[in-house]
Each structure stands twice: as structure tokens, then as C-alpha cells.
Ligand binder design. Structure first.
Ligand code: LUZ
Ligand code: MOS
Length: 787
């Protein structure tokens, strides 16, 4: 198959505007719109709601509260969150009630007219304050190896400090959207922009007192998600379903960008305390670290996110002695949630910051410190949780990118440049990534697929994967097309629906193609087994004596045919080995097979083998494999304005055997730039009451084309070693995000050169303010003390 013809699922229809998102579905007659009444305070008690002014408006049909729900408890792991508040308010923007009206405008107007009486309490709006007050969720976690205390006591060099990384808004272009269609017999059909249709199905059913079988959730595609629709779409889907159920009318809920930014959870901010012991040559002896993340007002996915941060604080480095503790803080922000990397970037950024500090203390090139600490091949190759780093390409990739990026020469040139150019200083950093692939919760690592081959030789495939722009549909179609040896355009990936695929996991953890692609491949194999037997039977007749599919009913039904292993499916043809001139078209073969009553549809189930993790012990093999990569970034920092530009970025990624390279390049470039937004320019600013001030692109700075590197090289490295993942491929969705450690570390490197100090308190994001704070600390102290 010619893979260059395997376009992104939507290459054409996105461009022509034909692609349908939830909000594009034309309204039906009598459709209603849902407005959400939200809390005006971050913490307190809900005393009363008075909807009379809202209900007096012409065209407002309903007002519903917690009392209208059969079950008012939900959450992706613990059900600790009310769908609608009935007593305690935990964040500003928390849903209190819904109104239903004729138009979206009227619904918003009515929501604003509902009188809300509250009693405010003191909120916790800062992770540092939450730490000080020990405002924690229960069950802290621990991973420990070796003798950390002894090592630190005996070490010649010890650094300690605290490190902060900020949150991040997902900034998917399509806001949270849902339409609910009431069906006969009280059943419910939901069209949702969600990464997790099964969770929407289950939570809607719970909340409305229905069986799971009475609810179907469909997802055609999302306009971006990035983790922000892994759990949090569910909340709005249920609110919309409540309205539809109560009124028996089709209801729609679509957040505006401002509402979406203000009301939904974000990437977790972290604030960690650490001690590190190291040798004179830069080798780390021991790391003692306590990670804290800001969970927000409910637990959501904060515990597994913290866990993934703990499992990635080693990044690509061997830590012989390590004590890694993790605690989730409770604050009064919208519950923070999944975001590309899922805690991994926060863990990685921490160790990369430490490495820059070690390098500064030893007057070494940070790249040399990194090289010395990299996981080894024969030894020094087990993580602190004792998973062996198999198939370790880190040293090879490291040396390769040092060469191809001219790292050493450029570093020397930068140092020379900085001696004579105090206003615009430059910096460079190489950072690796080793990202663990698999859900850390074992049971999520399964998927199922349904494949239907039609009599004209076209094929439909349905899986639990949801398309959010990442190209999972393209990859699944390639896998299916290759399995049957047909061209890509014969395969159609169908709308994701809980009706076709049951009990699906969220499309998350970079595993969408791995899990669902494999399930699809297994389904194909389940069709191919009898089909191949039949093909051998059919093709072993001389051409003029082959059974006529319609006139001559034949009944071949053997499990095996002696020539089955000779059957080749290729280029839309089917033939016996060495007899390609006597082959038939795939379409002809399947039509004949149908008339012979061979099943042309099948189901496949895949589960990831050989993974396990004991959270209590902090030991195991949570990941099937690691995706590995490297980035070198050169930055220029304007020390008068604090502005940062990336002059050049080189990226090297090892993705096994790529299923579709174009998609992978897109994921690498996009993931990296999205990471740069988090690392450099995106800052969430709240007022003292917990109200998000940066709730639109005018105040929240995501990267634009001018923020991309002036020179940008991305290269894939094929790893010939066989991987156990589907077709020897490797997951790509999240790993490149973590390479944003490289520009951040390069900025830190530039600032170290500028200030002659380690800038160990340098935070993330490296906004202009943060850069200037490092250069002119006294000025900032003065202006802050005046506030
Ligand atoms: N979601 C999840 C994830 O539920 N578990 C994970 O381990 C994970 N990892 C990355 C992204 N989403
Ligand atoms: Mo996720 S952070 O939805 O893979």
C-alpha cells in the first residue's frame, strides 16, 4: 500500500469546512439550549437559588437542580464530585443548576438571572498555601530504592531547593459541546466531544437512573482535546442529558471559550522540595524528592497524574538511590485534570532543572552531566521502580544529536557571543525524553474493534478510539488496509459509538493507536482466517472452473486448506504464491466468499501483556515500552524586555516502525510547540477570589507562528528491534511534548551566563516577567513589596 495516500482522516473535509463537529450538527425542530448557573465564589455554602426572574422570560422552559438527579456523585476514579452543588461549594465556576431555553443567548441570559445566595468561606487558592496548611488528599505515594539518607549524608556535593511549574489551559479550539437526543422508552443518545464515550455513557446512566444499555454515546471527532476531554466532558454531557430527560426534548450545551477556560480544570501546577547528592564528575548519587501537585477542588485524575510524575522524575537518568514521594494538594480551583503528558512533563522538568543546577555548581556543560547520568545498556539500566529500560537507545540518540546539531561548536560560539553582547544573550540545551507507554492502571490497557468487510470489497472499522486531530483514524485505516492488502481508500473508520464498542478506555496515554489499532488488527485476522481458507479453495481451481458465486451454490467449509499459507492479499488482489496472473480482485473474492456463507465481519479484543505495578510497594513494570527522543534548542533572550526566541531546534525521535510518518511528524512538531507554550509563555493568572483573569487568547499567550523556531529539524530514527506493540510501531502523542524541557533549560542556561548565578529559583513558565525577575531581582522585590 502506498502510505503517502493515507491522508489525515480530515485532510480534505477540514479544509473545505465539511467536517462536522458537535456544534455543527443542524438543530432539529424544538431543540433547546442549556445554560449553566455557576458559583460566583470559590468556597462556601449554597444557601438558596431563586429562578423566578429567569423563568419569567419568554422562551425559558426549565430550571433544574441537584434534586432532579437520581445520583449526584461522579468522578473518573473516586465519585467525590457533585454534578450540581446542593450544599458545599468548592470552586468558582462550579455548576449549581441549569436552565433550558429556546436559544443559546436566552439560556445564558436566564442563567445570569438566577439569583444565587451563598455564604463565602476562606478559600485556598495557592499550592504553597495548601502545602503550608497540609491541605492534602489522602494516600500519599512513595517509590524508594537504595539508601538515600546515608548517601546524602556522605556526599561531597548536595543541592536542595524548591521548584515550581505552572498549570496550562488545554486551549482546544472546540469548546466542550454536547447534544442529547431523548429516544423511545426513556433511552438517551448523546453526541459528545469527549475522549471517553464510555464514561459519558456510564455517568449519564447513573445520574439519570438508567441502565448503561439505555444510553449510547457517539463521537465523530473532536476539535482538539489534549486530555481536557478525558474526564471533564462527562460533567457537561450529564447536565445536558438531565435537561433532555426532564423535558423530553433535544437539548444542546456548548460552552463559550471564556466559560470553558474559566470553569474547567487545567494541567496541574507542581511545587516540589528536593535534595540531590552528586559526585564531582556530575554523576547523581541520590535524589530525595517530595512532589506536590495542585489537584484543585476534587480528585479527578490527580492521583494517577501525580503517579506518572513520580514515574518520570528520573526522565532518562539512572538514579541509584532515590526516594520519590508524592502528595496531591486540595485547593479551590476547578479540578485539575489530564493534559498531554499527564504529569510526566512536570516530573521531567524537575530533574532537568536540577541538572542545570548541578552543571552550574560544577562549572560543567550540562550536556556532559546528562550524558554521564543516562540509563546504561548493560548496567545502570533499571528505574527507581525497578523496571528495566529495555531496548535503550538513549546513549546512541544522544551522541547522534550532539553530532548532527553541532552542539559543542555552537555552545562555544554562544559563550563567546555572550561575553560581548550583554543585552541579547543566548543559551543552548540538549534534553532527552523517555516516556512510559501504557495506562498505569492495568485494566485500562484493553480495547476492542469491529471490522465489517462489504461485498464490494470496501471495509468499515469501528473501535473505541476517538479522533481528536491526532490521526488515530488514519493509523487504524492503514493497519486494516495493510491486513487485507487493499488500498487505503477502501477502508472507512466509522463514528465511535458505545453501541459498537463497549467498555472502552479513554483515548489517552498516547495509546489510542496501540490499543485500538491492535484490536482492529486482531479483528482483521479473525476475518482473514476463514477467508484465506476459502480463497485457497477458490484459487486452486483452474481459472475456467472456479465456482460461480451466484449460479452455483458451493459449500466450502473446512477449517484449513492445504494451500492456505500460499494465499497473498496484495494491491487489491488475491492470489496464490507464484500465480499472481491467476489472481482475482479482493472485491470479487469477498463476494464469492459471501455466497459461500463465509463470515466477513469480526470482532477483536486486545490487551497489553506483561505489565503490572504495585502502587503500595512502588515496584513493577508499568510500561510496555518507552518512547525515546532528544531535542537541542538554542534560544536568544532579550535581557531588556525578557522576550525569548528559539533560533534553532533539532529533534530526534525513535518511533519503532512508523505506521504513518506524516502523522508522526505532525504530532512531534505540534506536541513540542504546545510544550513550549507551557514552558515559556502560557501563564494562568487569577484574582484574589480565585477568578481566572487570563480567560481568553488576549490575556493567555499560546504560541503562534512567530514563536516557532527559526530553524526546525525533526528526524525519525527507525529502531530495527522488534517491539511488541502494533506492527512494531511506537506511541507518539505525548512524548514530544516533554522535549519542551530543552528550550526551558536553554533559557536557564542563558540566564546563568547573564547573571553569573545558578538561577536555581527559576520557575516555569519562563515568561518575560520571570526572565526579568532573574536578571533584576531587586527591582521585583521592591515592586512586590509596594503591592
Ligand atoms: N490517563 C490515564 C492517562 O487514565 N492513565 C494514564 O496513565 C495516562 N497517561 C497518560 C495520559 N493519560
Ligand atoms: Mo491524556 S493526558 O488524555 O492522554
Amino acid at each position: 500500500m502506498d502510505k503517502s495516500k493515507a491522508f489525515h482522516d480530515s485532510a480534505l473535509t477540514h479544509v473545505t469546512g465539511e467536517s462536522l463537529y458537535v456544534e455543527d450538527i443542524p438543530p432539529v425542530h424544538g431543540e433547546c439550549f442549556v445554560g449553566v448557573v455557576v458559583s460566583p465564589i470559590a468556597k462556601g455554602q449554597l444557601l438558596a437559588l431563586d429562578p423566578s426572574a429567569a423563568l419569567n422570560l419568554e422562551g425559558v422552559y426549565g430550571f433544574f437542580t441537584a434534586k432532579d438527579l437520581k445520583v449526584n456523585q461522579w468522578g473518573p476514579i473516586l465519585h467525590d464530585q457533585p454534578l450540581l452543588v446542593d450544599d458545599r461549594i468548592e470552586y468558582l465556576g462550579e455548576p449549581l443548576a441549569i436552565v433550558v431555553a429556546d436559544t443559546p443567548h436566552l439560556a445564558r441570559q436566564a442563567a445570569a438571572l438566577v439569583e444565587v445566595k451563598v455564604k463565602a468561606d476562606q478559600a485556598i487558592l495557592d499550592i504553597v498555601a495548601a502545602k503550608a496548611e497540609k491541605h492534602f488528599y489522602p494516600s500519599p505515594m512513595l517509590i524508594e530504592r537504595g539508601d538515600v539518607d546515608q548517601q546524602i549524608e556522605d556526599a561531597k556535593n548536595v543541592l536542595e531547593g524548591s521548584f515550581y511549574t505552572g498549570g496550562q489551559e488545554h486551549f482546544y479550539l472546540e469548546s466542550q459541546s454536547v447534544i442529547v437526543y431523548p429516544q423511545e422508552g426513556g433511552d438517551i443518545l448523546v453526541h459528545s466531544s469527549t475522549q471517553h464515550p464510555s464514561e459519558v455513557q456510564h455517568t449519564v446512566a447513573h445520574a439519570l437512573g438508567l441502565g448503561y444499555s439505555q444510553v449510547v454515546c457517539e463521537v465523530k471527532r473532536m476539535g482538539g482535546a489534549f486530555g481536557g476531554k478525558e474526564s471533564q466532558s462527562t460533567h457537561f454531557a450529564v447536565l445536558c442529558a438531565l435537561a433532555a430527560k426532564k423535558l423530553g426534548r433535544v437539548c444542546r450545551l456548548h460552552l463559550s471559550k471564556d466559560e470553558d477556560m474559566a470553569w474547567t480544570g487545567k494541567r496541574h501546577a507542581f511545587h516540589n522540595d528536593y535534595k540531590v547528592a552528586f559526585e564531582d564528575d556530575g554523576v547523581i548519587r541520590a535524589l530525595d524528592i517530595q512532589l506536590y501537585n495542585d489537584g484543585g477542588a476534587y480528585l479527578d485524575l490527580s492521583a494517577p497524574i501525580l503517579q506518572r510524575a513520580m514515574l518520570h522524575v528520573d526522565n532518562a537518568y539512572y538514579l541509584e538511590h532515590a526516594r520519590i514521594k508524592g502528595t496531591v494538594c486540595k485547593t479551590n480551583y476547578p479540578p485539575n485534570t489530564a493534559f498531554r503528558g499527564f504529569g510526566g512533563p512536570q516530573g521531567v522538568m524537575q530533574i532537568e532543572s536540577i541538572i542545570e543546577d548541578i552543571a552550574f555548581a560544577l562549572k560543567m556543560d550540562a550536556a556532559d552531566v546528562r550524558r554521564r547520568n543516562l540509563y546504561g545498556i548493560e548496567s545502570r539500566n533499571t528505574t527507581p521502580y525497578e523496571q528495566k529500560v529495555e531496548n535503550n537507545l538513549l546513549p546512541e540518540l544522544f551522541d547522534q544529536i550532539m553530532e548532527s546539531s553541532d552542539y559543542k561548536q555552537r555552545r562555544a560560539a554562544i559563550e563567546t557571543h555572550n561575553q560581548t553582547n550583554p543585552d541579547v544573550v543566548r543559551g543552548i540545551a540538549l534534553t532527552p525524553v523517555k516516556f512510559g507507554i501504557s495506562f498505569t492502571v492495568k485494566f485500562l490497557n484493553q480495547g476492542n474493534a469491529l471490522v465489517n468487510v462489504h461485498r464490494d470489497g470496501t471495509i468499515q472499522v469501528s473501535t473505541g478510539a476517538t479522533e481528536m486531530g491526532q490521526g488515530v483514524n488514519t493509523k487504524i485505516a492503514v493497519i486494516v488496509a495493510e491486513a487485507f492488502g487493499v488500498s487505503y481508500d477502501r477502508v472507512k473508520v466509522m463514528t465511535t459509538s458505545t453501541e459498537k464498542n463497549h467498555n472502552t478506555s479513554a483515548t489517552a496515554a498516547s495509546s489510542g493507536s496501540d490499543i485500538n489499532g491492535y484490536a482492529a488488527l486482531i479483528a482483521c485476522e479473525n476475518i482473514l482466517k476463514p477467508l484465506t481458507g476459502y480463497a485457497a479453495y477458490y484459487l486452486s481451481h483452474p481459472v475456467d472452473q472456479r465456482p460461480n458465486p451466484i449460479l452455483e451454490l458451493h459449500d466450502y467449509d473446512e477449517p484449513d486448506h492445504p494451500r492456505a499459507s500460499d494465499v497473498i492479499f496484495e494491491n487489491d488482489q488475491v492470489y496464490l504464491k507464484g500465480e499472481s496472473n491467476k489472481g482475482v480482485s479482493f472485491a470479487h473474492l469477498v463476494d464469492c466468499a459471501y455466497h459461500n456463507r463465509v463470515s466477513l465481519g469480526a470482532y477483536g479484543h486486545y490487551k497489553t501483556k506483561d505489565i503490572h505495578y504495585d502502587r503500595q510497594a512502588g515496584r513493577g513494570q508499568p510500561f510496555l515500552y518507552y518512547t525515546q527522543g532528544m531535542a537541542v534548542t538554542e534560544v536568544r533572550v532579550d535581557t531588556l524586555t525578557g522576550d525569548v526566541k528559539m533560533d534553532r531546534v533539532d529533534i530526534l525521535m525513535e518511533l519503532g516502525r512508523s505506521i504513518q510518518e506524516g502523522i508522526d511528524y505532525g504530532q512531534i512538531a505540534g506536541g513540542f510547540i504546545q510544550g513550549c507554550g507551557w514552558a515559556i509563555s502560557e501563564e494562568l493568572v487569577y484574582d484574589q477570589d480565585g477568578r481566572l483573569l487570563s480567560h481568553s487568547p488576549t490575556t493567555y499567550k499560546i504560541p503562534n507562528i512567530q514563536d516557532t523556531p527559526r530553524e526546525f529539524h525533526i528526524k525519525l530514527v527507525e529502531n530495527p528491534t522488534k517491539h511488541s506493540s502494533v506492527k512494531g510501531s511506537k506511541a507518539v502523542g505525548e512524548p514530544p511534548f516533554l522535549l519542551c524541557a530543552s528550550p526551558w533549560a536553554a533559557i536557564k542556561n542563558a540566564l546563568q551566563q547573564k547573571t553569573g548565578s545558578s538561577v536555581s529559583g527559576f520557575k516555569l513558565p519562563a515568561t518575560a516577567e520571570e526572565v526579568l525577575r532573574q536578571i533584576y531581582p531587586a527591582a521585583f522585590e521592591e515592586s512586590e513589596s509596594r503591592l
